[in-house]
Design a binder for this molecule. Structure first.
Ligand code: GDP
Length: 302
């Protein structure tokens, strides 16, 4: 989802030559394949959007894969980029790598200031290593390797797996199916009280290009919308957009995860960027894309 949005944004800039590879073409966990890719293509800049990602349930169930696959892929790519002479590398972290009880809204300084949220600790530790490795390369070798910390993302091309997806695509699908089947209620996981912030993926892509255009970007910078809502409010908003009028129930047997995750985006604003696509508009666009993909048999659900 992120990679496609970045390509959409970069393709609007004249003179940019995009170099992309699918997972089948280059396995980023395969060090020699990654080295060969850099040797052949010699990119000027790298945006590292590849990762094993997933929602609260996938993270809880597969911590080994979340840690090992992310560590291997990012290490191979960051090292190969440096060795082949790349001067600019933008690594994608995530706001879920901040401590569980970080003061809200979360500022960049909160990184490594306290214990992590247990439901995504493995992913967070892997991402923290990648972000720190970029910082160390910059310190030690003077290359501009830096990171962005996106909040919860959503948009066209998301993963709609019923168990492994993030909350927004998960609920969009479940509420759409409840409407289609005429179900009198839908159930959302957890208590419905955790608060989350969401950013439309094309806004993220635009922010990444903005960061790449800065000569001296911060080592890491939050990229969010600066606005949050409860999971129950999110479900109600999705139900309104989908046109579902049944009841919404909660399921306390499912984990809540972090009580709140809202980023402070004042650093990014001070660098001259701000979000444009509001949540309601973004969900409408995403729902339209969901329906198109469903009809075409192309819904991602992995
Ligand atoms: P998180 O932001 O890392 O916690 O990841 P998620 O996006 O998976 O979950 C956010 C919150 O939404 C958690 O409190 C979940 O329990 C809650 N939630 C409610 N319904 C769903 C659902 O259908 N799928 C997912 N993934 N989360 C849900």
């Amino acid at each position: 989802m992120v990679g496609s949005a970045v390509c959409r944004r970069l393709s609007q800039i004249p003179g940019v030559r995009l170099i992309t590879r699918t997972r089948d073409e280059v396995d980023l966990e395969d060090e020699s394949a990654v080295r060969e890719l850099f040797r052949v293509e010699k990119p000027d800049a790298v945006i590292f959007a590849a990762a094993r990602v997933g929602g609260i349930e996938a993270n809880r169930r597969y911590p080994v894969e979340f840690m090992t696959e992310n560590l291997r892929a990012q290490l191979a790519t960051i090292q190969a980029a440096y060795e082949s002479g790349v001067g600019r590398f933008l690594f994608l972290g995530s706001t879920c790598i901040y401590p569980r009880m970080a003061p809200q809204p979360i500022r960049e300084e909160a990184l490594l200031s306290g214990p992590l949220e247990p439901t995504n600790e493995a992913y967070a530790l892997a991402k923290i290593c990648g972000l720190k490795l970029c910082q160390y390369y910059r310190q030690q070798y003077g290359v501009v390797f830096h990171s962005a910390m996106p909040t919860n993302l959503y948009g066209p091309g998301d993963n709609y797996h019923p168990e492994h997806s993030h909350v927004l695509p998960g609920l969009l699908r479940r509420i759409h199916e409840a409407k289609e089947s005429g179900a009198d209620h839908v159930t959302i996981w957890g208590s419905g009280t955790p608060r989350r912030e969401f950013l439309y993926v094309d806004d993220l892509a635009d922010a990444l290009v903005h960061l790449l255009e800065l000569d001296d970007p911060p080592d890491w910078v939050n990229v969010g919308s600066g606005v949050d809502l409860s999971i129950l409010e999110l479900a109600e908003l999705i139900a309104e957009i989908v046109g579902y009028r049944g009841a919404i129930r909660t399921d306390p047997s499912r984990p809540d995860g972090m009580p709140r995750k809202l980023t402070d985006i004042s650093l990014l604003r001070s660098l001259g960027w701000q979000p444009r696509i509001e949540l309601e508009e973004g969900i409408r666009r995403t729902y339209a894309d969901f329906q198109r993909s469903l009809q075409a048999g192309l819904l991602r659900s992995a």
